[in-house]
Design a binder for this molecule. Structure first.
Ligand SMILES: NC(=O)c1ccc[n+]([C@@H]2O[C@H](COP(=O)([O-])OP(=O)(O)OC[C@H]3O[C@@H](n4cnc5c(N)ncnc54)[C@H](OP(=O)(O)O)[C@@H]3O)[C@@H](O)[C@H]2O)c1
Length: 259
């Protein structure tokens, strides 16, 4: 069992803390924030709160502030970091940049997503040379306890940021089209949302659990001259795949620019 702390109690910290609350691997959670409203919310949700230095009493410390606030937090904590595992989730901030301020620390860089709220977080992690096998096992077990996590070389974190950090928002954005048109065609909002979100869950489960490619699923549904084929033809005519590739590449590029 580990004690886990969060510096910054915004969206991602809250999502992680909520999921770790149910984990058998976590004994205590402490959060800090400079925003009093966020701290109040954490307290209302049953979490212990403290200041940034107080969070360092935890064995594992997540830094969950926006990328442009990371250095400020590191400067504040640098003289108090001893044997804690320090995990940054900030997009675009490299382990090397963090090491400039806390060179002797055991540092992980993790790219999580907010779907830890429903125990379906996809995440990837990298670590520095100060981390030993035990550290890696602890972090790997913790992240995999709330979803699926994989170790990647740090130069792959930018693509993971777009692929699984941001993409829940992209899928949610695309769902708005399905929802709008279904409602325009007379289906109730409640039925529409229940149907389409179940489709999304099922699609993910099918591809992941049965280890299938998207084309396997497309070909299973698409029949010659049928409804699905008409939709796929329309997407090909509108070059939806090209558009989405550009969207994805844009977000990878944006992540590289943060550095
Ligand atoms: N949201 C996601 O889905 C997601 C996914 C993957 C990675 N991330 C990464 O997670 C980090 C946080 O994102 P977020 O969406 O959770 O942001 P957020 O909701 O804005 O949360 C950040 C929180 O940190 C507080 N804060 C700022 N400076 C601080 C300081 N010096 N000490 C203590 N608290 C401080 C902020 O307070 P104020 O609002 O008063 O500034 C805010 O409450 C980012 O670096 C992002 O790249 C986010």
């Amino acid at each position: 069992m580990n004690t886990v702390g969060f510096i910054g109690s915004g969206n991602i910290a809250f999502a992680l803390a909520k999921s770790f609350m149910k984990s058998n691997l976590v004994s205590e959670i402490i959060l800090s924030d400079k925003n009093e409203d966020r701290l109040k919310l954490m307290k209302e949700n049953g979490f212990a709160i403290s200041n940034n230095l107080g969070v360092l009493n935890c064995e594992i410390v997540f830094i969950c502030v926006k990328p442009n606030a990371v250095n400020l937090v590191l400067d504040e904590i640098k003289n108090h970091v001893k044997d804690q595992i320090i995990i940054s989730v900030a997009a675009g901030i490299s382990i090397g940049e963090i090491e400039k301020i806390i060179p002797n620390a055991r540092i992980f860089r993790v790219m999580p997503n907010v779907l830890s709220l429903v125990n379906e977080m996809s995440s990837a992690y990298s670590y520095n040379k100060n981390c030993d096998e035990q550290d890696i096992n602890i972090v790997d077990a913790l992240l995999n306890d709330v979803g699926f996590s994989v170790h990647v070389d740090e130069d792959k974190i930018d693509v993971v940021t777009a692929l699984s950090g941001s993409s829940p928002a992209y899928f949610a954005y695309l769902l708005k089209a399905f929802i709008d048109i279904s409602i325009e065609n007379g289906l109730s909002e409640e039925d529409t949302k229940n149907l389409i979100s179940t489709v999304l869950i099922g699609t993910g489960k099918y591809l992941r659990d049965k280890k299938k490619d998207p084309d396997d699923l497309i070909n299973m549904i698409k029949t010659p001259n049928g409804v699905t084929e008409a939709g796929i033809n329309s997407m090909e005519k509108e070059k939806i795949l090209e558009i989405m590739k550009n969207v994805f590449q844009e977000s990878v590029n944006k992540c590289k620019q943060i550095k």
